[in-house]
Design a protein around this ligand. Structure first.
Ligand SMILES: Nc1ncnc2c1ncn2[C@@H]1O[C@H](COP(=O)(O)OP(=O)(O)OP(=O)(O)O)[C@@H](O)[C@H]1O
Ligand SMILES: [Mg+2]
Length: 417
C-alpha cells in the first residue's frame, strides 16, 4: 500500500520501478479525494486497486482482501500460460534424426515470419504439435491459437464455424456467432486437414488468403482478418489438384512455405527417445518410477513400422507402462501387432508405394547379429523355450537352431520341452 504523494519517491514512480524490475508485487495506491486522475494513472501502470482518503479499517480490509485474491488469480494465470508455452517450445519436440531436424530447422526459420506455412505428414507425425510451436515462437505468441479441422464438418457448418454467422443466417442460428477467423484475431489460425476442404469453401478460403477479408454467413459487410495461417494435411495436395479435388490457385497460396514431417519409421532411433519420454510422462502421472526400456523392447520398437506414427507410439507406451509390473519394459508389455512391416492402412501415396519386403531395412540400418539374436530370443519367448517349435517359427531345423544358440553363447542351457 503506497501513497501517491510522497516526499522523495512518488507512489507512481515506485510502482513503475517495481514493474520495470519484473517485480509483480501487488500494489494498492492511496489517493487524496482530489487526485482521482492519479489513481487512474496508477491503475494503468499496473496498480491492482486504489483507496481514497479518508478510509476506515473496514474499507482497507475489503480492498486488501480483493487485491490478494486478484493477485493469486493473476499469478495462477501466469503459471498456466508459462506451462502451456513450455509445452510447445521447440525443445519439447523429441528427435534427432536427420529428417526431423531438417524439418524443424525450416520450421524455426519460418516461425518468426508472418507467412503461411503448410505442414505435411502422415497421421500422428506431430503436425499439430509443430503448428503450436510455430505459433508460440512467433510474434503472435501472445494472441490466440485457434484450430479448425476442415474434414470434421459439412459445408455450411464449416463455413459458419470459420467465418461466423449473423443471427437468423440459417435455421437454428438464433444469435450472432463469431467465427474462428474472428476468434483468432491477433493470433494464429490452424487449418487442419486442408486437403479435405469442400470445394465451395475453397473459393472463400482463397479470398481470405488473397484479400485478407471474409464475410460472415448472412452478413452484408465484409470484415478484415488479422491472422497468421498454418495449414496441415496428410494428403498429397499436388495430387489432389491433379485429380481436380483441390483448386490450383488455392494450392499456390497454401503451399508457400512447406515443411514435411517424416514418418516415425524413417526417424531411426528417435523412436527410442520418444518411448523413453512417453514412459516418463505416463509414470509421472501415475506417481511411480518409469520402467526402463529393455534391450528386447528397444529392438521391437525399432522393428515395428508404426503406421500411426508418434501418436500410436504414445498409446503403446502408455498402455505398456500401465500394465508393466517390473522395472523393465519387455516386448510382451509393448504387445506390438505382429505384422510383417508394411505401410499402414490409408497411408498417403506421398512416397511411392515400395515393393513390400518381408523385412524393411530401417533407415539407420540394423545389426544382423543383433537381429538374429533378437529373433531367436523372440521365437523362444513365444514358445516358452521349446526349441523344436522355436526352430519351426524361424524356418530352421532344431540342429541349426542349436548351432545358432551356441554361436550366441547360449548353448542350450535352458530346459527343453
Ligand atoms: N517429436 C515429438 N516429440 C514429442 N511428442 C510428439 C512428437 N511428435 C508428436 N508428438 C505427440 O504425438 C501426438 C500426436 O501428434 P499430433 O497430434 O501433433 O499429430 P498430427 O500429425 O496432428 O496427427 P493427425 O494427423 O492424426 O491429426 C501428440 O500427443 C504429440 O504431442
Ligand atoms: Mg492433427
Amino acid at each position: 500500500v503506497t501513497d501517491l504523494n510522497m516526499p522523495q519517491l512518488g507512489g507512481l514512480e515506485l510502482l513503475r520501478e517495481l514493474r520495470a524490475r519484473g517485480d509483480h508485487t501487488p500494489v494498492v495506491v492511496v489517493t487524496a479525494y482530489s487526485s482521482i486522475e492519479g489513481a487512474v494513472e496508477a491503475m494503468r501502470a499496473g496498480a491492482i486497486d486504489y483507496l481514497q482518503k479518508p478510509f476506515d479499517e473496514e474499507r482497507l480490509r475489503l480492498t486488501m482482501g480483493r487485491a490478494l485474491r486478484m493477485t493469486e488469480l493473476l499469478a495462477e494465470n501466469r503459471r498456466l500460460r508459462d506451462a502451456i508455452e513450455a509445452r510447445y517450445r521447440f525443445e519439447e519436440i523429441v528427435g534427432e534424426s536427420e529428417g526431423l531436424v531438417a524439418a524443424l530447422g525450416t520450421v524455426g526459420k519460418v516461425a518468426a515470419s508472418e507467412g503461411s506455412v503448410l505442414i505435411r505428414g502422415e497421421s500422428g507425425t506431430g503436425k499439430e504439435l509443430v503448428a503450436r510451436a510455430i505459433h508460440f515462437n512467433s510474434r503472435r505468441a501472445g494472441g490466440p491459437f485457434v484450430a479448425v479441422n476442415s474434414a470434421a464438418l459439412p459445408d455450411t457448418l464449416l463455413e459458419a464455424e470459420l467465418f461466423g454467422a449473423e443471427a437468423g443466417a440459417f435455421t437454428g442460428a438464433a444469435k450472432r456467432r463469431r467465427g474462428r477467423v474472428e476468434l483468432a484475431r491477433g493470433g494464429t489460425l490452424f487449418l487442419d486437414e486442408i486437403g479435405d476442404m469442400p470445394a465451395a469453401l475453397q473459393v472463400k478460403l482463397l479470398r481470405l488468403l488473397q484479400e485478407r477479408t471474409f464475410t460472415p454467413l448472412g452478413a452484408e459487410a465484409e470484415q478484415k482478418a488479422d491472422v497468421r495461417f498454418v495449414f496441415a494435411t496428410h494428403k498429397d495436395l499436388a495430387a489432389e489438384v491433379k485429380a481436380g479435388r483441390f483448386r490450383e490457385d488455392l494450392f499456390y497460396r497454401v503451399n508457400v512455405l512447406s515443411v514435411t514431417l517424416p514418418p516415425l519409421r524413417e526417424r531411426g532411433r528417435d523412436v527410442i527417445a520418444l518411448a523413453e519420454r512417453f514412459a516418463q510422462q505416463t509414470a509421472a502421472q501415475m506417481g511411480r518410477r518409469a520402467p526402463a526400456l529393455g534391450d528386447a523392447a528397444r529392438q521391437s520398437l525399432l522393428r515395428y513400422p508404426f503406421p500411426g506414427n508418434v501418436r500410436e507410439l504414445a498409446n503403446v507406451i502408455e498402455r505398456a507402462v500401465i500394465l508393466c509390473d517390473g522395472d523393465v519394459l519387455t516386448p510382451h508389455d509393448l504387445d506390438l501387432p505382429a505384422v510383417a512391416p508394411q505401410r499402414g492402412p490409408g497411408a498417403p501415396g506421398e512416397s511411392a508405394a515400395s515393393t513390400p519386403e518381408l523385412f524393411r531395412l530401417p533407415e539407420h540400418g540394423v545389426s544382423l547379429d543383433e537381429l538374429e539374436a533378437s529373433l531367436v530370443r523372440q521365437a523362444l519367448d513365444r514358445t516358452g523355450g521349446n526349441k523344436s517349435r522355436a526352430a519351426r517359427l524361424l524356418g530352421l531345423t532344431r540342429a541349426t537352431l542349436r548351432y545358432r544358440l551356441e554361436k550366441l553363447g547360449d548353448g542350450g542351457s535352458e530346459g527343453d520341452a
